[in-house]
Design a protein around this ligand. Structure first.
Ligand code: MEV
Length: 308
């Protein structure tokens, strides 16, 4: 018998990743073309809640940890005879929010199965607590955009308070073409590497944060006004900052150059970097060309999504 079920989408950071961990604003959009579905079913063999997922290795271990933590947060006895089935087409560890999608879908499906009413803000808070188990000290932008499934500007608070969130509507539909290359390391490693850069040269890092803050503020205006040319230029500049803090790699740089050469307005890595996805802003008529250019440049996966 089905006791609860939920689907959560993927996400994409359009501007400001990594710097957002250090208090800089960032812009993220939902990627509804991919998602994670969690279904809670009665286990006929009466086994205590267990994760039935396609994951293997470390990802499976992390998923099981998330399940245990979500059950505990919802006050559900771990002995409940539930098969917690996960189906996902969000590429794992590639910048599209796979762990946030799993966290949000788990909280929603388990709370329904347990008969616990959880407000959307509580889903966000619980998913954020789960994200902390996987990523250490995440900014919260991933779980927030996945919970609300709306484009937003996000800024984490200086202290332990709530972040500032502003929902955004694009002035014009944005066509985004995404390409991936194999990932080196984890989000945790990439975030730690940026912390190390900051510690090594705090004054330089502070100047970079200031530049990225201006860039994201301009990006929010361009996003809301539908000025795709400026938004694309700002994405290019943002990629340059991410290169400077050491989170790009040769594969991502190659895909970004290929997208620009094929007529994209701008391109940058998205998410933690060191592989995973990049995102290009394309005119509708150019999206096929940009996608083909990414494939020719060695992208292992190419996706197109729209922000409306
Ligand atoms: C990962 O999707 C985004 C990062 O900025 C980390 C975070 O915000 O927690 C790299």
């Amino acid at each position: 018998m089905l006791l609860g079920s939920a689907r959560a989408c993927g996400k994409l950071i359009l501007l400001g990743e990594h710097f957002v961990v250090h208090g800089v604003p960032a812009v993220a959009v939902p990627v509804t073309a991919v998602g994670t579905t969690v279904r809670v079913l009665e286990d006929p063999q009466g086994r205590p809640a267990w994760l039935d997922s396609p994951f293997t290795g470390d990802v499976k271990v992390a998923g099981e940890r998330l399940l245990d933590a979500a059950l505990e947060a919802l006050g559900v006895a771990p002995g409940m005879p539930w098969r917690v089935e996960v189906q996902s087409d969000v590429p794992v560890g590639a910048g599209l929010g796979s762990s946030a999608a799993l966290s949000v879908a788990l909280v929603r499906a388990l709370s329904e199965a347990a008969g616990v009413d959880v407000s959307i803000d509580d889903v966000n808070a619980q998913a954020h607590a789960l994200e902390r188990l996987v990523h250490g000290t995440p900014s919260g932008i991933d779980d927030t955009v996945v919970t609300y499934a709306r484009a937003l500007a996000f800024r984490r608070s200086d202290a332990l308070g709530d972040p500032t969130i502003r929902f955004l509507a694009p002035g014009r539909t944005l066509v985004l073409v995404l390409g991936a290359v194999p990932r080196e390391g984890t989000t945790f490693d990439a975030v730690a590497a940026v912390h190390a850069r900051k510690a090594a040269d705090p004054a330089r890092f502070a100047r970079q944060c200031e530049s990225v803050t201006h860039l994201v503020d301009s990006g929010i205006r361009a996003f809301e006004s539908g000025f795709r040319r400026s938004l694309g230029e700002l994405m290019d500049q943002n990629h340059g900052h991410l290169v400077e803090v050491g989170v790009s790699n040769a594969g991502l740089d190659r895909l970004c150059s290929a997208a620009r050469a094929a007529g994209a307005r701008g391109a940058k890595l998205t998410g933690a970097g060191r592989g995973g996805f990049m995102v290009a802003l394309a005119e509708r008529g150019k999206a096929t060309e940009v996608a083909a250019a990414l494939e020719s440049a060695g992208a292992t996966t190419v996706l197109t999504t729209e922000v409306t």
